[in-house]
Design a protein around this ligand. Sequence first.
Ligand SMILES: NC(=O)c1ccc[n+]([C@@H]2O[C@H](COP(=O)([O-])OP(=O)(O)OC[C@H]3O[C@@H](n4cnc5c(N)ncnc54)[C@H](O)[C@@H]3O)[C@@H](O)[C@H]2O)c1
Length: 263
Amino acid sequence: MNRTDGKVALISGSARGLGAETARVFTRSGGKVVIADILDEVGLQTVAELKQAGADAVFVHLDVTSESDWQNAVETAVSSFGQLDVLVNNAGIFFTKTTEKMTLEDWRLMTSVNLDGVFLGTKAALPALQESAAKAEVGSAIINLSSVAGLTGARGASAYCMSKGGVRLYTKACALEFAHKRIRVNSVHPGLIDTDMGQQVIDSASRGSRTSEKVRKSMQSAHPIGRLGVPTDIANGVVYLASDDAAFVTGTELVIDGGSTAQ
Ligand SMILES: NC(=O)c1ccc[n+]([C@@H]2O[C@H](COP(=O)([O-])OP(=O)(O)OC[C@H]3O[C@@H](n4cnc5c(N)ncnc54)[C@H](O)[C@@H]3O)[C@@H](O)[C@H]2O)c1
């Protein structure tokens, strides 16, 4: 189940957090990965850890807002492993700011990483994904990290919601556009997951007597399963969508949120 044997994945923002965990699960399932991030040192450590575990992995510096960095990242995948089968548009940023306080620069920062990054990655990877799809039994795959904040509004996080809502529908439109190229495109919608960004979400809701410990507890109970997510919860979903088990799955949104949006 969910095997990735022979597949090569390029994962943006994979030095740490959900991207790094996706790389661990993807390589344990048989695949090879390109770790791509602006955090060079952390990314190289992640590659060393993966190699220590017997995986095939390389690091490339990638700022997802840079078209030339994306070209270089795709070339690195192809020159290192001969092909590119899976693109995971995972890199993202989060901040809270009310519309009254938000500047156009804040808005553009969110747009540049969370939306331009997904567009540029998709565009750069397309020829390589199409080439591998033509040879593969099932085809190739793109998985975009959206959020539950791409499904419902979150108070104080309008720019983040805008970006993740955009990722959700960009995914569906690409699924239609690329279906005949045999490239499946799906989005994943995590609830609150324990990563650096997860902590950032908690800290942004903490003030005064509402300590970050209290916020964490209330967020745990907002997830009917009774806990926050762990990175593996999301990585398993991404790797399923990357695998041939998801051969008939495209344009869908996989919500992995402990039931938070079911209420
Ligand atoms: N953690 C959560 O609760 C949660 C919930 C819903 C969605 N998500 C989404 O999942 C994805 C991963 O989140 P995470 O929790 O692992 O976050 P994280 O902050 O722990 O890791 C994000 C990674 O992206 C990288 N990154 C940031 N800007 C970049 C850029 N311009 N170019 C390349 N890399 C860049 C960072 O260096 C980091 O390694 C994001 O898209 C996020 O919006 C996270």
